[in-house]
Design a protein around this ligand. Structure first.
Ligand SMILES: Nc1ncnc2c1ncn2[C@@H]1O[C@H](COP(=O)(O)OP(=O)(O)O)[C@@H](O)[C@H]1O
Ligand SMILES: [Mg+2]
Length: 432
């Protein structure tokens, strides 16, 4: 069967002519005048490969991802060395513009074969890069070393159990102890880390970083520039603010986010990520696999996390929600060490001896996991922090809540030093 191909670019005359003269395995079914037309043609199932020549500056990793998702292999023809690097960085291996038609046809056939055999994984080996998986690659110009930083995701079920409070204050405590820390707000439903830190941040640093990653040009220097510095008692951490307008969640594309996290791991010892509550796979909510996925950001972070702090409100509504959510969490963050934290612990909601009561309830209903920390309810400390736009370490350093979060962060450092993956120190908290 001849492979149906669509083309775009001023050089298509040359490309099409050459391919047609072969009378071979490739048939050009449409010459497009715009990239959007090419995308529409591919999404309607017209083609199995796309050949793009000349101006490829609008070819982003999102576009490549969308083409990949509909099983279309992309071949880009260019002689611009800088553009070649960028294309490689977004996962497309370019070919020289004067490639012989027979070679081009051969490349297309092999790319399509690979795509067929292993959709979304056609990249990364041999010529293969021709059409790669949907992940955003980091700029090829640099020797990319695997970032050494650890990723701590702070998750919690629906409601407002205190994810952001924990994320912001864990970041601050780690920074105060001398770790280099980046806090990223990836909550695609209600970003609030910037507001909690008193920053009127409409710039949404995380979205900016994702945009650069999407174009394949995010480097450590760029990330450092974008991430805002937040000072905490003589130390500081960096913040990548989230998207505060509800309609901007599409800017946190999973592939770009994953590249941002990889960069952040190169920049910092610890990357703390505040994620949204919802871990449901959006595909299951939609028939259209091409719709952007609002929960994609949280799901991607869960895949990347070394550790997840799961925060639940310690009351009759919060605990069942946490228990239900943990089931999903374990499936989405299989590799991560999960630590359960009960927040807003108070007598008025659970009765006398709240820890004991909570522990008993947890043992009865909880999903067989230890509770790592109990954070007391302290509206006065939280309000003071919110009012002054600072972290508890600054606004209420002696509060029991701050101390419990400091202990949680400290345990994190200790645990990491001792051994990754074991959850024993959790019991230490209970004995206290
Ligand atoms: N331990 C606590 N004691 C009292 N209030 C708290 C506590 N933790 C969080 N809060 C308050 O609860 C509200 C929601 O917290 P937030 O961290 O924004 O939740 P989430 O990120 O889960 O939506 C905020 O007003 C915050 O100050
Ligand atoms: Mg929040």
């Amino acid at each position: 069967m001849s492979i149906p191909v669509v083309t775009f670019g001023p050089d298509q005359q040359f490309v099409v002519g050459g391919l047609e003269r072969l009378h071979g395995p490739v048939t050009v079914v449409r010459r497009c005048t715009e990239l959007t037309e090419l995308l529409a043609a591919c999404e309607s199932g017209l083609a199995m490969a796309a050949v793009i020549s000349a101006d490829t500056s609008d070819l982003s990793s999102s576009l490549v991802e969308r083409l990949d998702a509909v099983g279309v292999s992309v071949v880009v023809l260019t002689d611009d060395a800088e553009e070649m690097l960028r294309l490689e960085a977004i996962g497309v291996l370019p070919e020289r513009a004067d490639i012989a038609a027979a070679d081009l046809a051969d490349r297309i056939s092999r790319a399509v074969d690979r795509q067929r055999e292993s959709p979304r994984a056609a990249a990364g080996t041999a010529f293969a890069g021709l059409f790669p998986d949907a992940e955003v690659q980091l700029p090829a110009a640099e020797v990319v070393r695997e970032g050494a930083g650890r990723v701590i995701a702070v998750w919690g079920p629906v409601g407002a159990p205190g994810r952001t409070t924990v994320a912001v204050n864990v970041a601050a405590e780690l920074a105060a102890r001398g770790s280099s820390v980046i806090l990223a707000d990836a909550d695609s439903y209600g970003a609030s880390a910037s507001a909690m830190l008193g920053l009127l941040d409409e710039s949404a640093g995380l979205a900016q970083a994702c945009r650069l990653a999407d174009q394949g040009v995010l480097d450590v220097a760029g990330l450092t520039r974008i991430a805002e510095e937040v000072h905490v008692r003589g130390n500081s951490f960096r913040l990548l603010g989230g998207v505060t307008r509800a309609d901007r969640w599409t800017e946190l594309r999973p592939s770009a986010l994953s590249a941002v996290v990889e960069r952040a791991k190169q920049l910092a010892d610890v990357v703390v990520v505040d994620v949204g509550f919802c871990l449901e796979a959006d595909e299951e909510l939609s028939f259209d696999s091409m719709t952007p996925r609002r929960n994609g950001a949280a799901l991607k972070i869960m895949e990347l996390a070394d550790e997840v702090i799961a925060v639940g409100a310690a009351d009759a509504v919060g605990i069942p929600r946490l228990v239900r959510g943990l089931g999903e969490l374990k499936d989405t963050a299989e590799q991560a060490n999960i630590r359960v934290v009960l927040n807003k612990v108070r007598q008025s909601s659970v009765g006398r001896g709240p820890r004991q009561q909570l522990l008993q309830a947890w043992e009865r209903f909880g999903p067989g996991m230890a509770i790592s920390a109990y954070l007391p309810s302290d509206p006065a400390a939280c309000d003071a922090a919110l009012l002054s736009g600072t972290v508890l370490l600054e606004s209420a350093p002696d509060s029991a809540l701050r101390k419990a979060i400091a202990e949680l962060s400290c345990a994190d450092i200790q645990q990491n030093r001792e051994s990754a993956g074991r959850n024993t120190r959790a019991l230490g908290f209970l004995k206290r």
